[in-house]
Design a protein around this ligand. Structure first.
Ligand SMILES: [Fe+2]
Length: 290
């Protein structure tokens, strides 16, 4: 029995295919407006970020706080969220004591699913994010370097999720550079939309976004949207991430030897070998920089 997610989900789809589910935390006390309005202002510096809302899918979501300012204070942004076309994200909400119980329950659910799927027993680097958006705001196309369970609390959304390793959506060299924080902006084109799984998503519903699956979100126009996600890695996705780092750092060098590195996600044993070697590659990259 899951604590936050309704039973009946197909764990075989975990970290492979997106799916929708029902959740049990719609009325959780940590997510009430009263509790959030006390918790947000006392969050440590840097945990609450906000910007102007996006009105297109191709915006620069990663750097929104600096490149897409709304020219309001946080207090003004919260108070006027219904009309200010703004977007607030809370990073690592679990640092506030009001989220402790919910955080533990979400991790328990994540680990239950991981064990069923056989991809590790411990949720690695789990974090809670909150998203509060004005009606109609977009979250532009991007990838998460984590596995995500997104829970809708208020308002509606349409979420488009793309197959995680499809080269027609994101070409492997781009994906691996982005995953390795290689300073790459993802490109969006309308042709990519044909590959999306699209979900309409209302309060009480959730969606699973597999590791590194591209996605974008269109918030409904009728109300403010409040959603929360638990993000984490598994033993398998940490292997994929490290192996992507290996490919990104060494692709040029292997190419000089006439060797084309195989994309991550296509051969498990090779991915594991690359991930095993990645700490050495990472150390060498650091030494070369210093
Ligand atoms: Fe995301």
């Amino acid at each position: 029995m899951y604590k936050c997610i309704d039973s009946g989900i197909d764990f075989e789809k975990f970290d492979n295919t997106p799916f929708k589910f029902s959740h049990k935390i719609l009325n959780h006390k940590a997510l009430s407006i009263e509790s959030l309005s006390k918790a947000l202002p006392r969050m440590p510096k840097g945990h609450v970020k906000y910007s102007k809302g996006f009105d297109d899918i191709g915006g620069d979501f990663d750097n929104a706080e600096t490149t897409h300012k709304n020219n309001l204070t946080l207090k003004e942004t919260i108070e006027n969220i219904k009309t200010s076309n703004s977007y607030i994200t809370v990073n690592r909400a679990e640092v506030d004591p009001s989220f402790k119980e919910l955080y533990d329950d979400l991790i328990e659910d994540a680990e239950r699913m991981m064990k069923l799927k056989g991809v590790g027993t411990k949720a690695l680097v789990p974090k809670i994010f909150l998203f509060i958006a004005s009606p109609g705001a977009f979250t532009p196309f991007h990838l998460d370097r984590h596995t995500t369970f997104l829970f809708q609390m208020r308002g509606s959304k349409q979420v488009a999720v793309f197959p995680q390793f499809n080269p027609k959506v994101v070409e492997p060299t781009q994906r691996e550079c982005y995953a390795d924080y290689g300073g790459l902006d993802l490109t969006w084109s309308e042709e990519m939309d044909q590959y999306a799984y699209k979900f309409d998503f209302a309060p009480g519903e959730g969606i699973h976004i597999p590791f590194i699956s591209g996605h974008y979100v269109k918030n409904g126009t009728e109300d403010v949207s409040i959603s929360m996600s638990i993000i984490f890695r598994t033993k398998q996705s940490q292997t994929w991430l490290d192996a992507m780092g290996f490919n990104n750092r060494l692709r040029k060098h292997f190419a000089k030897l006439g060797i084309r590195l195989k994309a991550i996600g296509t051969k498990g044993s090779l991915d594991r070998l690359k991930a095993f070697l990645f700490p050495v590659v990472d150390k060498l990259t650091e030494l070369r920089k210093s």
